[in-house]
Design a binder for this molecule. Sequence first.
Ligand code: ZN
Length: 318
Amino acid sequence: MTGGEVSFERPDVQFLIDPEADTVECSNHSAFVYGRYRKLERDIPQTKWPCNACQGSGYIGQQQCEKCDGVGLLYETSVEQLTAPVVCDVMDGTETSFHGAGREDVDARMLGTGRPFVIEVFEPRRRDVNTVRLEGDINAFAEDMVEVTGLRLATYNIVEWVKELDASKRYRAVVSFDERVDEDAFTQAVSSLENSSIEQRTPRRVSHRRADITRTREVYQMGGELHTPTKAVVDIHTAGGLYIKELISSDEGRTEPSLAELLEVSATVNKLDVTGVYGESAPFEKDTLFRDDRIVESPTQVSPQSSEWMCTRVNQRS
Ligand SMILES: [Zn+2]
């Protein structure tokens, strides 16, 4: 009838025909675009961050909110706002949802190979988009604040996969000490943290929104260089969920062991970058989650014939 392929798994568009009620319901399911983002500037959150004083409205009563100057957001932009509108526009959807594989601190950059993410587009009128062109469009729109790579059209299973897959992380931290540190002591402290288990109580800086628990996380690799007696750069590869700022500072003894404790000085992370995000048990890019077969060559255009259709008669389901 339409020339489309019939899919009995999860179709793009689903008709629900109810002969008794004489109704046809049509659901246009979401489309999913997977990729990795690099966040090249600090102080950009991953997702839209509404102002907590005015709940994002920009107003308190009749007055313009002073905390956000009436904008309704605590941060002007976000990775979500720099990417999702372009995808929504190209797929001609109604709304989007941004799903990240974890998130870095607002003040940390995301470099290296980037962090996996999925943009879900609701009620798209266009599904077969040229992902190479889309990538270029997003990168032009994001103006060097954010950069995306490896965009692929994905199935709906991608969201759970990206959000649930345990991931290890690589970090680079610029660290300063309040007292002079001896080079040998530094090298020894760094190598004793490598391959060690860290007992970490929920950091004070997040304890207002996270349960106060103690957990154990592994440091897989650690290296570093003392640039001056009070300044160092440290590279760390750890299991997901380890708080790096506290691994360095000790957070008043709540993280054990820590670089500060081993060196018997006060240590602070001045700058932090995430340089890699890796699936622990499997790579994020699992082939069965993608629909690369559907990439069309430019020009990008609507092709209704390639949507997958499914009709379900209500009285046949049970
Ligand atoms: Zn506000």
